[in-house]
Each structure stands twice: as structure tokens, then as C-alpha cells.
Design a protein around this ligand. Structure first.
Ligand code: GAR
Length: 200
């Protein structure tokens, strides 16, 4: 059985969606550990309630690579095969990425390469786009930049607020993140340059 490591910083709804799909058998893996850089993250509490290994590694005040060494050590301790960033609001160091080559996924609430970074839904509204969505991608050491695994689009409506648009996108995040995790675990893909191509 493949082993997932989940990294989060807050609410943890993407983690919950993954946990539901693991329980339902849609993702053939187990969640080996859930790690938060913020002690107050609601997702950490959810992980405890689900009886999962929930670990808090506070990042405040630590040098990026010093911190990442702690996280990598925890992931390796739990023999993690695939790392899922689920609202983990930190850039990973080159060291971290090297330790899990093409084994780290992230979900971003925009159609990358549009609107990387913070407050993507706000950026999309401000820019006036008519379509936005979400992206699951491999993580490299650059911000929201690695090869794209899956995307889903949603309309941006004239009366949308950041909240209403975020909610519409979040529904799709919960759907495609689990699909992407299962695809990568199945090994039925290859990476050609920036393209992730499905194979049989
Ligand atoms: C999600 O919308 C995720 O796409 C976003 O943070 C939210 C976390 O929600 N991530 C980023 O913006 C990364 N740049 P959750 O904690 O309920 O999963």
C-alpha cells in the first residue's frame, strides 16, 4: 500500500476530501502522516479526530532549509511515497524538492500559470477573467510552477465575491485533487518537459 504525507497550514478541506476518497477506496493508499507548520491549523485537529498521525512542526522563525529538513525527516520516518500539499502556505526549498523528485503535488485555486501566489481568487476577480478554476501540479522549488497534472475550470459570474468564487473553485479542488493523487499513484503517466501525459 502506497503511503501519503499531507502538509497543510489551515482549514484542511482538501485534506478531508483526500481522506474521504482514501476511505472510499477511490485512492489506493493510506495517509501515513499529516503535518502542519501552524499549531492552530484546523486540519491538524481533523487529522487527530480521524485517528491519523498528526504532527505539528512550527515553522516560525526558522530558516527555510533548516525547517524543510525537519519536515523531510518526518515524512521519511513515515515512509511516505507521495507528498500532497493541501493549503500548505510555504515555498519548498530545493533540498526538499530533491528529496522527493516528482513526488510532491500541490493544489492551487487558479488556472496556472495565471494568478500564482497568494489570494489567487482575489487576483482573478480583480483581473476580470470570465473563467477561473484550479490546478493540481508537481512541485518544484519555484512558486506554483511545476508540470500540470489536472485542471478544472469554473465560470466567474458578474455578482461573484471572493467568497462565492472561492466556494465554486473549492468544489472542483476537492474533486480533481483526489483524481490527480490516484493518477500519480497508479503510475499511468509520463512527464515530457512540462507536459504530464496519461499512459495505459
Ligand atoms: C485551497 O483553496 C488551496 O487551493 C489554497 O488554499 C486553500 C486551502 O484550503 N492553496 C493555495 O492558495 C496555495 N498557493 P483547505 O485548507 O481547506 O484545503
Amino acid at each position: 500500500m502506497k503511503r501519503l504525507g499531507i502538509l497543510l497550514s489551515g482549514r484542511g478541506s482538501n485534506f478531508e476530501a483526500i481522506a474521504r476518497n482514501v476511505a472510499a477506496g477511490n485512492i489506493e493508499a493510506e495517509i501515513a502522516v499529516v503535518i502542519s507548520n501552524r499549531p492552530e491549523a484546523r486540519g491538524l485537529e481533523t487529522a487527530r479526530q480521524l485517528g491519523l498521525n498528526a504532527v505539528c512542526l512550527p515553522s516560525r522563525g526558522l530558516d527555510r532549509e533548516v525547517y524543510d529538513r525537519q519536515v523531510v525527516a518526518e515524512l521519511k520516518k513515515h515512509c511516505v511515497d507521495l507528498v500532497c500539499l493541501a493549503g500548505f502556505m510555504r515555498l519548498l526549498s530545493a533540498y526538499f524538492v530533491r528529496e522527493f523528485p516528482n513526488r510532491i503535488l500541490n493544489i492551487h485555486p487558479a488556472l496556472l500559470p495565471s494568478f500564482p501566489g497568494l489570494d489567487a481568487q482575489h487576483q482573478a476577480l480583480e483581473h476580470g477573467v470570465k473563467i477561473s478554476g484550479c490546478t493540481v501540479h508537481f512541485v518544484d522549488e519555484y512558486l506554483d510552477a511545476g508540470p500540470i497534472v489536472l485542471q478544472a475550470a469554473v465560470p466567474v459570474l458578474d455578482d461573484d465575491t471572493v467568497e462565492s468564487l472561492s466556494a465554486r473553485i473549492l468544489e472542483q479542488e476537492h474533486r480533481i485533487y483526489s483524481q490527480a493523487v490516484q493518477l500519480i499513484l497508479s503510475g499511468k503517466y509520463r512527464i515530457e518537459g512540462r507536459r504530464v501525459i496519461r499512459t495505459r
